[in-house]
Design a binder for this molecule. Structure first.
Ligand code: TRP
Ligand code: ZN
Length: 490
């Protein structure tokens, strides 16, 4: 039994920290009232999309199709690192709008334009409420530009872990799951609204700026000491805000292509981690090939990795195209984060309640990798978890049954082991019911059907039932997916 895991959660738990709930100030209400009483068409878009775990995340009334971010970062420390940004969003109104919100936490807004005209704006907590000069009509495509600057914040999540903007020894790292992207750009910060991106980052000459997608340009201006380099990255496939990243600092860059389609690979490694990461990163092509064989065609136009120092972040994250690792990853973690490119990044949850569709699949990918590479079979891993001897710590073995995977008990628990391990157990129960042929059909078909889209748990159970109409899944859904406590298992 390979119990190489040290933690119950992918993220270390730090208890006793919680976020305070901001209160709507009078200014916001006055703005909303003015808009209504003026007798104009439309209403404000709203400050959230009713996520069951993050009610303020995202905004109503529009869909973003593209983010164009022009950023400049001068590294410092937590209080002096300085970001300057111009964010131009292309969006489509989904109702008549007198006003709409973007999510932005911290930073100073300098000005806002909508369709090239100065707009009025107001801030309250993470809501940047924008009132365009001219009302917007349902189905209208519009552009909004926000100019902003300041020292970006690091957020502390309900489980005590850190995300958002993380200053590092030689630069900074942006991690956005679940809500941290709003610390470095304004947007519709919810997984249900995916968009394409152009991200240009200007940094002092000598540093690298790595982001999602493909590097389309790199240009340096100025002299030896005053020089600055701009790295321009293009993300052609839809991406959720939580998967956007930038990594600024000193990196050793390795570029090559892999597979029969010559997929570009871009790997950035902090020089202090180069030696420790060499062997595992050399497995990336083999892992990609194995995952394509098992999950179907890779959904994006480039791949790679970003390896920062161990102390730079508390956990790995499946940032699109290019997952981030705090220190050299082990093979299981590389398999996990790359599996997320199919399950999470391409097929993205509709809300944060559907997290197990990300983590259950990525964890099951680790089990399958072991099974195919001379380690424990998935059945053995399942049995060890069920028997309670998977983890060295008995509290960790018990924690798997704390809540059902499809119903995390609160925002503080969306990255706990019921979502990961018990989520993977749900997939194993399905495999047990349908056999290997249908099971691989299901996981590939699921990735193909919702490629570049969003899906929720009910979409998944309906899909499984459609693929195996002669089987009965009611017990699996009731006991393993939605049921409290440890299910019976014959
Ligand atoms: N998704 C990451 C992984 O499994 C872990 C993680 C980081 C996470 N931040 C999170 C999970 C926030 C849930 C919520 O690789
Ligand atoms: Zn994961």
């Amino acid at each position: 039994m390979s119990s190489t895991y040290e933690m119950v959660s992918r993220r270390p738990r730090i208890t006793g920290v919680s976020r305070s709930v901001p209160v709507l100030p009078a200014a916001f209400l006055a703005l909303a009232l003015t808009a209504c009483s003026a007798g104009v068409n439309g209403t404000p878009g709203g400050s959230g999309v009713h996520d069951p775990y993050f009610p303020k995340a995202g905004n109503g009334g529009y869909d973003v199709t593209h983010y164009d971010l022009k950023l400049a970062y001068a590294p410092g420390d937590h209080s002096t690192g300085h970001l300057t940004g111009t964010a131009t969003l292309t969006a489509r109104a989904t109702q008549d709008l007198t006003a709409f919100d973007l999510d932005l936490k911290g930073l100073d807004v300098e000005d806002v334009t909508v369709e090239g005209k100065r707009a009025r704006w107001n801030r309250s907590g993470q809501e940047l409420t924008i009132r365009p000069h001219d009302d917007l009509s349902d189905a209208e495509t519009f552009r909004v530009t926000v100019r902003y600057s300041g020292t970006p914040q690091t957020l502390t999540d309900a489980d005590g872990s850190h995300e958002g903007w993380l200053p590092t020894a030689d630069g900074a790292l942006a991690l956005g799951e679940p809500i941290g992207s709003m610390t470095w750009f304004p947007g519709n910060n919810h997984p249900s609204d995916k968009a394409t991106y152009d991200i240009a980052v200007t940094v002092p000459k000598g540093l690298e700026a790595v982001s999602n997608g493909e590097l389309t340009n790199e240009s340096t201006t100025g002299g030896r000491t005053t020089g600055r380099t701009t790295f321009t990255w293009h993300t052609a496939e839809p991406m959720a805000t939580y998967l956007a990243t930038i990594a600024v600092g000193q990196y050793t860059i390795t570029r090559y292509t892999t597979g029969k389609n010559h997929l570009p690979v871009y790997v950035a490694v902090d020089p202090t981690e180069a030696k420790a990461s060499r062997k595992v990163l050399a497995k990336l092509p083999e892992i990609m090939e194995w995952e394509e064989y098992n999950f179907g065609p890779y959904p994006f136009s480039s791949t790679g990795a970003i390896v920062d120092r161990g102390e730079d972040a508390e956990y790995a994250l499946e940032t699109q195209n290019r997952p981030v690792f705090p220190g050299a990853p082990d093979t299981a973690t590389l398999v996990h984060e790359l599996a997320h490119q199919w399950y999470g990044d391409s097929v993205t949850p509709k809300t944060w309640r559907d997290m197990w569709l990300n983590e259950g699949f990525a964890t099951y990918a680790e089990w399958l990798w072991d099974e195919d590479h001379g380690g424990d079979t998935a059945q053995e891993t399942f049995d060890a978890l069920y028997k309670g001897d998977y983890y060295d710590d008995s509290a960790a073995n018990k924690a798997i049954w704390a809540f059902p995977p499809a119903r995390p008990s609160s925002a503080a628990h969306i990255s706990d082991s019921p979502v990961y391990d018990r989520g993977a157990m749900v997939l194993h129960k399905i495999r047990e019911t349908v056999g290997d042929d249908t099971f691989y059909d299901i996981i590939q078909g699921w990735a193909a059907t919702h490629r570049h889209g969003n899906a929720d748990t009910e979409d998944f159970t309906a899909y499984v039932e459609k693929k195996a109409p002669d089987k009965d899944f009611a017990g699996i859904w009731k006991d393993w997916l939605y049921g409290d406590g440890k299910p019976d298992h014959p």
